[in-house]
Structure formats: structure tokens, C-alpha cells
Design a protein around this ligand. Structure first.
Ligand code: ACO
Length: 333
């Protein structure tokens, strides 16, 4: 982007939150026909956090957002826009972004949900980048939050071991065009032909929730795991490569790759495609499972807290998810 006179979008604050209740692989051994050994070997997951009854996504989003705003030294009423990635909103109507806008007191902010499966946060961040570069907004809060435990069928061993609940948030602020830090490139893609590989069949207008329908357990996530796996490996590789290409960067310039945490084998395949050693890849799937939209900002928050990345470092965020959707953001922190 040499000679680019548009504003830069700078990440000035990061926050995250996870519920305290933990379900381990051993807990699942008591619920379905599975084993710790199978789950660890096939997915890399050891435990995941799940909400207690009564806690909703915007509670987690509020905690993560407050942290991000504190770090950015910005008050909620200075926000212009809230973009909230989720597939597990508090309500179907209105958006969780509006619920959060009220909870956090962002009185001047426009607010909308971004529904893009596990790519929801990346879609939100790329959208924030576009709003800032266009000059329309200066201060944007981007969140990824999920309470997937509410859409998980704890009788289905194919899916129930995979998912967890969490939130992550970043504050994105406008900076002058000559700023060296900030978002360097973003790439988004989608393919609706793959919609049936991962979906919640009921609860929309095609098959509304009715008492008679519940017996089919269609209110829960259904997934063709192996097909999802194959397409995820392809899409994560493409997204990672294209964001780097767009910015004219090579993989060895990266301080850290922060991939969506869906399966350790998908993460390893993405690292291999980029020729990156696993020391340069952030992994926390063992402790959280797949937290969908929350996974990338949660991992970014942890990586910063652990000192694995600091201001000035080049970091590639990449995700795929239901839809299918995939995307990436290359950022100099
Ligand atoms: N414990 C024990 N056995 C199991 C379990 C389990 N928890 N789950 C499945 N199996 C069995 C299957 O029933 C099957 O048995 P069979 O051969 O007797 O039929 C066998 O294990 C192999 O099943 P596969 O599906 O081929 O196993 P695979 O190696 O593909 O691993 C997994 C399954 C972990 C789901 C993998 O396919 C995967 O991670 N896929 C991607 C999932 C993903 O990323 N989803 C998130 C998408 S993003 C979003 O928007 C939410």
C-alpha cells in the first residue's frame, strides 16, 4: 500500500473473557461414547469453558469490551460503531450489538451483528478497517462472542466435544496514513454451496421452533466433520496466503500466526502451507476448544498477555467458518 493516502486502522486495545465453569474430556467420557485419548489426538482439545445458566453472550462481550476500551483509554461514549460477530446472539431480534451498546453505554455508536460463522470476528475487523479507511468512523469496537454450549447437542459425540464459550474484543482507531502500524491487508471470501456442511437446521424461518419439532433435535449444530475439515484446510491456507500477498509480505516476516482454533490438525496444516514452524503459531485450543467468533481475539489477547507479541510485531489473523466463510487480516500491532 505504498503511496496510500487513506487513514490507517490501528488496534489500540484488546480484551477477552471466558466463563469460569470448565468441562474436561473426562466429563465427556461420562456423557457420550468417547475418550480423552480420542479427543486429544483428533482435535487437540483437553477442556473448554461453558456458561452457567443465566449468563448470555453479551455478558461475556461486556467484560471483554470493557478491558479493550480501558487499554485503548477510550470511553464507551466515544465509540462510533460496534460490530459484534456471533452465531449465538442473546435474541434473534434485536441484535446482540444493540444489547451490548446499551450495557456498555455507547450512546453515540451505531451497532450491528456480523453473522459469518467462526469468521465473524475477522469479517467484523475487515469491515472496521473499511469504515476507518473511508474516513466515515474513527473509533470502532469489534467483538467476537459465542455461547456455543447453547447450540450444542450433548448427546452427539461428533460435535459436543468440540465447542466452548468465550468473548474477545478489540478497539480499532483511525490513525494518519503514514502510520507504520495498523491493518495492512484484509481478505474475505464465502461459498454458500457449502452451507449444509455445518448448520443449525431449526429456529430460522425455514423450520421454526415448535414443540413438535424439538424431538428431531434440529435446534442444535449439525456438522459433516470430515468434509468441514477438508474444506477448512484449503480455505485457511488460501486466506493466510492471500492476506500476505496483498500486503507484499512473506511468511517469514511474521512474528505470529493466530489461526481460528477449530482443530489442531487444521492449524498444523495451515502452518505447513505457510512454511511456518509451530513456535510461530499461537495455539490455545487445548484450553478452550472451538469458541467460533471469539477464538481469534481471545488468542490475540492471550498471546499479548504472555508476551508472545508486542507493539510493532507483524501478526496474521486467519479463520474459516460456517457459511462457508473464510478470511484473514494482516496487522502490525
Ligand atoms: N469420540 C470418539 N469417536 C468419535 C467422536 C468422539 N467424540 N466423534 C466422532 N467419532 C468417530 C466417528 O463416529 C467415526 O466412527 P466410525 O468410523 O465408526 O463411523 C470416527 O470417529 C471417525 O470420524 P471422522 O469424522 O472421520 O473423524 P475425523 O478424524 O474427521 O475427526 C472431527 C472428526 C474432529 C470432527 C474433524 O473432522 C474436525 O475437526 N472437523 C472440522 C470441524 C470444525 O472445524 N468445525 C468447526 C467449523 S467452524 C464453525 O463455524 C463453528
Amino acid at each position: 500500500m505504498e503511496g496510500d493516502r487513506l487513514k490507517k486502522a490501528l488496534l489500540t486495545g484488546v480484551g477477552a473473557a471466558a466463563p469460569t465453569r470448565i468441562l474436561t474430556n473426562y466429563d465427556f467420557e461420562k456423557m457420550v461414547d468417547t475418550s480423552d485419548e480420542w479427543i486429544v489426538t483428533r482435535t487437540g482439545i483437553r477442556e473448554r469453558h461453558v456458561v452457567e445458566d443465566g449468563m448470555v453472550g453479551t455478558d461475556l462481550a461486556l467484560e471483554a469490551s470493557r478491558q479493550a476500551l480501558r487499554e485503548a483509554e477510550l470511553s464507551a461514549d466515544e465509540l462510533d460503531l460496534i460490530l459484534l460477530g456471533t452465531v449465538t446472539p442473546d435474541f434473534i431480534v434485536p441484535s446482540s450489538a444493540c444489547i451490548l451498546q446499551k450495557k456498555i453505554g455507547a450512546t453515540k455508536a451505531a451497532a450491528m451483528d456480523v453473522v459469518a460463522g467462526c469468521t465473524g470476528f475477522i469479517y467484523g475487523l475487515a469491515t472496521a478497517n473499511a469504515f476507518i479507511r473511508s474516513g466515515m468512523y474513527e473509533n470502532i469496537l469489534v467483538i467476537g462472542v459465542e455461547v456455543l454450549s447453547k447450540l450444542t447437542d450433548y448427546k452427539d459425540r461428533n460435535t459436543c466435544v468440540l465447542f466452548g464459550d468465550a468473548a474477545g474484543a478489540v478497539v480499532v482507531q483511525a490513525a494518519p496514513p503514514d502510520e507504520k502500524r495498523g491493518i495492512l491487508s484484509a481478505f474475505l471470501a464465502a461459498d454458500g454451496n457449502l452451507a449444509n456442511l455445518l448448520h443449525v437446521p431449526m429456529g430460522g424461518t425455514v423450520d421454526p421452533l415448535t414443540p413438535a419439532n424439538f424431538e428431531r433435535r434440529g435446534q442444535y449444530i449439525k456438522m459433516a466433520g470430515n468434509e468441514v475439515f477438508k474444506s477448512a484446510v484449503r480455505e485457511m491456507g488460501e486466506a493466510a496466503t492471500l492476506a500476505l500477498e496483498k500486503a507484499g509480505c512473506s511468511p517469514d516476516e511474521l512474528t505470529l500466526l493466530i489461526p481460528h482454533q477449530a482443530n489442531i490438525r487444521i492449524i498444523e496444516a495451515t502452518a505447513k502451507r505457510l512454511g511456518l514452524p509451530m513456535e510461530k503459531v499461537y495455539v490455545n485450543i487445548d484450553r478452550y476448544g472451538n469458541t467460533s467468533s471469539a477464538s481469534v481475539p481471545l488468542a490475540l489477547w492471550e498471546a499479548r498477555r504472555e508476551g508472545k507479541v508486542k507493539d510493532g510485531d507483524l501478526v496474521l489473523l486467519v479463520a474459516f467458518g460456517a457459511g462457508f466463510t473464510w478470511g484473514s487480516v494482516l496487522v502490525r500491532l
